[in-house]
Design a protein around this ligand. Sequence first.
Ligand SMILES: Nc1ncnc2c1ncn2[C@@H]1O[C@H](COP(=O)(O)OP(=O)(O)OP(=O)(O)O)[C@@H](O)[C@H]1O
Ligand SMILES: [Mg+2]
Length: 267
Amino acid sequence: MLENGIFYFAKTKMKRLISRIIATIKNRMLRILNFYGIREMDKMKDNFISLASHELRSPLTAIKGYVELLGEHNEGKLDEESQKYLRNMGISVDRLNALINDILEISKLEGNRIPFKISIFNPKEIIHKSVDEMKFQAKKKNLSLACLPCPDIQIRADRKRLGQILVNLIGNAIKYTEQGKIEIKTEVKGEELLISVNDTGIGISEENLANLFQKFYRIKNDKTRSVSGTGLGLWIARGLSKKMDGDITVESTEGIGSQFTIHLPLA
Ligand SMILES: Nc1ncnc2c1ncn2[C@@H]1O[C@H](COP(=O)(O)OP(=O)(O)OP(=O)(O)O)[C@@H](O)[C@H]1O
Ligand SMILES: [Mg+2]
């Protein structure tokens, strides 16, 4: 009787143990399958995006070339209206090219395939170079673009990527400012260097601030309607900053202006 009891107890214990082991194995197998399945899907998506971007770029370059040639060939011969059509064709091609570049950049960023060359350097030169690069665009809109004195300090980042982020933020400041100035300020705070791009532009409401860094997010109102863009710039800029152990934050008041700040670790 006692033997039967012990046997029954052992049998149920064994049964429970075996089913627990089977469940664990099943779980692990599922996790492995999921991991490799998702990785495979990611790889396929990346390949598709690279291929599609490449295939789209070649005819676009050709179209851009022909649009320019058409303009040169007919210089002085085209009426106002036709010149406008040609200009718009050029703008659309540039926009499509920028979109393709952004989609490629996102795919690389998400797939951890952007090579970062992290080094220790004084950011002064990159900041001034980025400002110089954008001076022409600012001048076209009659905006002053200036860089306030930058502290002599070393940071740990990727030079090229920092330049890309700065150009992106200054580009936005120019796009979304009708009059006034854009200033780049740099200061050390704790273990970080803060580089802020300040504008006297249209500003951003509280509600929009909360969604600003989402992919394809663009604010739609009377002031932004005529400004072109895809809503990917800030997502990319913040993604790049985070990969360098930094971040981008924003403060803004509607009708007054905005301040976008790049945070990067000191060396
Ligand atoms: N300095 C700024 N002042 C006011 N609004 C801004 C500013 N910077 C960005 N925004 C708002 O945030 C949105 C998202 O910016 P983001 O740079 O991601 O996209 P975009 O400028 O529209 O397009 P692109 O992908 O070409 O950069 C913009 O559409 C604009 O409404
Ligand atoms: Mg932008």
